[in-house]
Design a binder for this molecule. Structure first.
Ligand code: FMN
Length: 175
């Protein structure tokens, strides 16, 4: 299947990207096609709630990088949301992209499976992000294929030394 990972970290080559790349390596070894989209390289504004998309076949009134991401997701069978925890939630960058999926709420999503990859300095800081993801998945009837939360990320590159990094590879490989 075709898998698209959306990495919400604004830090290029950071812990979340390392985790996402390990997930992708495992999924590719199992025969899947994987695109990794790093939002650090994208400009995505927040949804304005104008509902232009509802009357225009899913086209958003705002012209930014979300159009290409939506076009990519229209070919995907699975979407993976990856994010560092910022102040007990996903980053604003990832939340903006998730809110902009509103453009497919009426039209429908091509992908039906999802997963969530999170990382943070401390354990016990993942709850809000997981509740948001589970609520969204339940609302639009996505099938959750796994949630991974890795703590101990105190500095850029901590992920490389984490014993939990193997879990990202294994989650991808298991698909
Ligand atoms: C603005 C900001 C807020 C953060 N908030 C939290 C937090 O609430 N809980 C936590 O455990 N770590 C927090 N962190 C640490 C990051 O989640 C952690 O370092 C993560 O691995 C960064 O991922 P990246 O390298 O992909 O950017 C925060 C970091 C930043 C920059």
């Amino acid at each position: 299947m075709k898998i698209t990972i959306i990495n919400g970290s604004p830090r290029k080559n950071g812990n979340t990207q390392i985790m996402a790349e390990e997930f992708a390596r495992g999924a590719r070894e199992s025969g899947h096609t994987v695109d990794l989209i790093n939002l650090a390289e994208k400009q995505i504004a927040g949804c304005k709630g104008c509902q232009y998309c509802f009357a225009h076949d899913g086209v958003c009134s705002q012209e930014d990088d979300m159009a290409d991401i939506l076009a990519n997701l229209d070919q995907a069978d699975m979407a993976v949301f990856a994010s560092p925890i910022y102040c007990n939630d996903v980053t604003a960058q990832l939340k903006a992209a998730i809110d902009r999926l509103y453009a497919r709420m009426q039209k429908g999503f091509h992908f039906s499976q999802t997963a969530l990859l999170l990382d943070a300095a401390s354990p016990g800081t993942f709850d809000a992000a997981i509740v948001m993801y589970k609520g969204m998945a339940a609302y639009v009837k996505w099938e959750d294929k796994g949630i991974l939360a890795i703590s101990g990320m105190t500095t850029k590159g901590s992920m490389k030394d984490s014993p939990d990094l193997a879990k990202a590879y294994e989650l991808g490989k298991a698909l």
